[in-house]
Design a protein around this ligand. Structure first.
Ligand code: ERO
Length: 311
């Protein structure tokens, strides 16, 4: 099989491949982040979303594998912002994306001030879409609050910054959010976070399958692929070309990656399937994507990126 060059750039970062972990999977500890960086066919690593202080997260069980995906209500367990800032500030063989998630608006501002003041010059991703912190709504479902937050951030922040978005389900919401995002010098969006507040029940026990929030949790995996593709496509049609897109959601095969790229994704990240298969998945996805491209006579992603055809 002919090797294809999957190098890609975003802001000042040169990723050797298009593949990343979805934040939250394989990125909690230095060992896990190193494993992502050292694995074949990865572009780099996205950290677990960091809060100002270390957190244990929600009570167990908080993750459950479903037939067609997963449900989670982890509740932002993480080692705390200093741990991840320290990691990304060190030299690594591949680029890093520092994911941060304040529990309140002032946290987000404070975290970004700290990154601005630090030696870190790489990419940061502000998570505006965690569905699982008890009593906290997903920020990016509040359009006015998102706009106000980004306005304040870009009054002082000059380093590369993207945002992690929740899935949207109405075309008007894509219009409204894209209009807001286009006002700011964002490097990228990452779409989608898990589909918030799904529910699953074990019919033998007649009980919900995860403990936090009476069983409500974020859905990931195969079942959310169509939602993820719609969000990548809808935002690619609406965002400034300078804002790149990390497509996240439902990727388990090279065909799924190919669809994300046809919708306009610049990079593709993997969550549920990475958790189940381990970092070896990136070699498999690369091989499967390469086979599809070879069959179609494509030698570069640019031959088809964003070129999904309508009837
Ligand atoms: O519960 C979590 O830690 C979590 N789960 C998700 O599916 N998405 C998140 O963004 C997130 C926490 C920030």
């Amino acid at each position: 099989m002919m090797a294809i060059d999957f190098k890609t750039t975003m802001a000042n970062a040169e990723f050797p491949s298009i593949f990343l972990n979805a934040s939250g999977v394989n990125c909690m500890t230095v060992t896990e982040m190193d494993e992502m960086i050292n694995a074949a066919c990865t572009g780099g690593v996205v950290t677990k979303s960091a809060t100002p202080q270390q957190r244990e997260g929600n009570p167990q069980p908080r993750y459950y594998q479903l037939e067609h995906g997963s449900i989670n209500s982890m509740g932002l367990p993480n080692e705390g912002f200093p741990y991840y800032l320290d990691y990304v500030t060190k030299e690594h063989a591949k680029p890093t994306i520092l994911s941060v998630a304040g529990l309140k608006m002032s946290d987000n501002i404070e975290l970004l001030h700290k990154i601005q003041a630090s030696d870190y010059t790489g990419l940061t991703e502000l998570n505006l879409s965690c569905p699982n912190v008890i009593g906290k709504p997903q920020v990016a479902y509040d359009f006015e609050e998102t706009d106000a937050l980004l306005a304040e951030i870009f009054s002082f922040y000059t380093k590369p910054l993207g945002v992690k978005l929740p899935p949207y389900f109405d075309l008007v919401h894509f219009d409204q959010m894209a209009t807001i995002l286009n006002k700011y010098p964002l490097t990228h969006i990452n779409t989608v976070n898990s589909v918030g507040n799904g529910l699953w029940i074990d019919i033998d026990t007649e009980k919900v399958v995860i403990k936090p929030k009476q069983g409500f949790g974020g859905l990931g995996g195969t079942m959310i692929l169509p939602t993820a593709l719609a969000n990548v496509r809808a935002f690619r049609q609406r965002l400034n070309p300078s804002i790149k897109i990390i497509g996240t959601g439902g990727v388990t095969s090279g065909a799924d990656v190919f669809m994300h790229l046809l919708c306009g994704a610049d990079m593709v990240s993997v969550g549920t399937a990475l958790l189940h298969e381990g970092v070896g998945i990136f070699q498999r996805l690369t091989d499967e994507l390469t086979t599809i491209m070879a069959e179609k006579g494509y030698t570069s992603i640019e031959d088809f990126r964003g070129k999904v055809q309508d009837f």
